[in-house]
Design a protein around this ligand. Structure first.
Ligand code: ADP
Ligand code: MG
Ligand code: MG
Length: 508
């Protein structure tokens, strides 16, 4: 483990100070919707909420790393938009995966089925998140820390809502004097940046909505959130929805993929996606944008009908956030191929840009039968301590770490190994903080993962089918950030899964 970049953190506080701080923390969080739904079965009609797991203090984060992560986001946006628009290149990678990965194969089939009849919407929206850990070169521990990318997400990125609230919470605690005055030298408003993610993500959806236009037949238009049933992280999503309503006067509806057959129709002539609100008889809303906050993994698809529903949405004129092909572009395998020399330049030919993008990459290897893949197989089986093995899955909890890698690989058919990637473990410097979960404070060593949100709306060139690339980038923005913090002992940082917390940034 690298030495601490910020020793003696969090500030030590007395038990009186701690209980005052906790009370202020809980009240502000509940009052302002920095909350999640609890698990309990007795949460009748979803009436109960609990504060979200959040750090008591913002975590110190090197300013230069933060600025660089923000600066490269628009290039990552463009990179992934260009990959999604280069079908020929992308599908060569996907072709290899679908032989052994059923979920990727199903997604691919949706794309192909729609391609057969032609795409009726040339606009595509990506709301992305690029995730980083801080890396210190072990051979040169005094050199400045840099960011290393953990992964790039192209579907259902979460916490854009709550992350805004966390930055407001930490600023509030400071302003109201809940942090002891002895910490005044350390904790300063100007070093706790206000996170614009909730508003900016809503702005991106609004831009897509406006670009869609008024729709046909004089119908009203709305944005459709495709969600999971019993979503616990509901307020994160609601915050984006409320921003859309309040700042843009755009209505949103929320349905699961299972509800599509009952509530959605496709206009056979215009391919408009029409939503029929069950609470409002006779009303038909034309959907401008289908925003996926689900459907990123096989668990969200319960039956063949759900795949038909996903295909219906893809066929429609609604702008997809993301399209199936954009979802496929986010495969871990694509990240591994991008880490190979020369790949980024294919999409971002300006080397001053591609170099900065590449500088964020950690080592990632294929596990196929290429020479690099065979060498990586040897590492994975015989020297796995510095590596993590990743399948083509999203949502946390899927990786295999260190010494567990060899047995895991031996437990699956060798023909499936190529659908995994082997990644060097990034070991960030040590840091302390306190995480509050269900009203209980736990203090200890933590790891902070920075996510930068990005939004890109682009118009595909004629013939997306033949991979003709992008005609126009309409919007390309960095749209705020998320810091997730987990105890150092836990390998995965899933906040919703119960390991991690949402954090705020203290620039140092
Ligand atoms: P997912 O799409 O499931 O979120 P990730 O690649 O983000 O997959 O992996 C999940 C978690 O595993 C990350 O949030 C991080 O905590 C840990 N992790 C993944 N890759 C690395 C790595 N190279 N070094 C250290 N930790 C990692
Ligand atoms: Mg992911
Ligand atoms: Mg992740």
């Amino acid at each position: 483990m690298a030495a601490s970049i910020f020793p003696s953190y969090p500030p030590s506080i007395s038990s009186k100070q701690s209980s005052y701080l906790l009370k202020s923390f809980i009240d502000w969080s509940l009052f302002n919707g920095l909350s999640v739904r609890p698990l309990q079965a007795e949460n009748q009609n979803g009436a109960l909420a609990v504060h979200a797991p959040v750090t008591l203090f913002p975590s110190p984060f090197p300013r230069a790393c933060f600025e660089e992560a923000k600066a490269v986001q628009i290039w990552f946006n463009e990179l992934y938009a260009r990959i999604a628009a280069d079908e020929e290149w992308l599908l060569k990678i996907v072709d290899e995966l679908i032989e052994v990965d059923d979920f990727m194969a199903r997604l691919y089939k949706v794309h192909l089925d729609v391609k057969k009849e032609g795409f009726v919407q040339d606009l595509s929206l990506g709301i992305f998140r690029s995730d980083y850990l801080i890396h210190v070169d072990p051979l040169s521990p005094t050199s400045p820390p840099i960011i290393h990318q953990v992964e790039f997400n192209t579907i259902s990125v979460s916490f854009g809502g709550l992350a805004t609230r966390v930055s407001e919470l930490h600023r509030h605690l400071l302003r109201m004097g809940a942090y002891p005055s002895a910490t005044a030298n350390l904790l300063k408003q100007k070093n706790i940046p206000l996170d614009p993610s909730a508003k900016e993500i809503a702005n991106a959806l609004a831009a897509a909505h406006k670009a869609y236009g008024l729709g046909g037949s004089g119908r009203n238009t709305a944005i459709l959130f495709i969600i999971q049933d019993d979503e616990r992280n509901i307020f994160d999503q609601r915050l984006i929805e409320y921003n859309l309503l309040e700042n843009h006067d755009i209505q949103c509806y929320r349905i699961t993929i299972q509800q599509v057959p009952d509530l959605i129709t496709l206009d056979p002539v215009t391919y408009a996606l029409i939503y029929h609100p069950p609470h409002d008889d006779g009303v038909h809303m034309e959907i401008s944008t289908a925003y996926f906050r689900s459907c990123y993994g096989p668990e969200d698809f319960h039956s063949e009908t759900d795949w038909v529903s996903r295909t219906t949405i893809e066929r429609s004129k609604a702008i997809k956030c993301p399209s199936v092909i954009t979802q496929l572009a986010g495969a871990k395998k694509v990240q591994q191929v991008l880490a190979m020399e020369g790949t980024v330049e294919r999409f971002l030919p300006d080397t001053s840009i591609s170099t900065r993008v590449q500088n964020t990459f950690a080592a990632i290897y294929p596990l196929d039968t290429s020479s690099a893949g065979l060498a990586a197989r040897d590492l994975a089986l015989n020297n796995p301590e510095k590596y993590v093995l990743k399948p083509q899955r999203e949502g946390g909890g899927n990786n295999i770490y260190r010494s567990k890698i060899p047995d895991f690989l031996k437990s699956i058919p060798e023909s499936h190994w190529s659908s995994y990637i082997l990644m060097e473990l990034i070991e960030p410097p040590s840091l302390g903080n306190s995480i509050v979960r269900n009203g209980i404070i736990t203090t200890g060593e933590v790891i902070c993962e920075l996510g930068i949100f990005g939004a890109v709306l682009w118009r595909n060139g004629k013939g997306l089918e033949s991979g003709k690339g992008i005609k126009e980038i309409v919007v390309n923005e960095e749209t705020g950030w998320l810091l997730r913090t987990k105890g150092r002992d836990s390998e995965e940082g899933g906040v919703a899964a119960g390991f991690g917390s949402v954090d705020g940034i203290l620039l140092v």
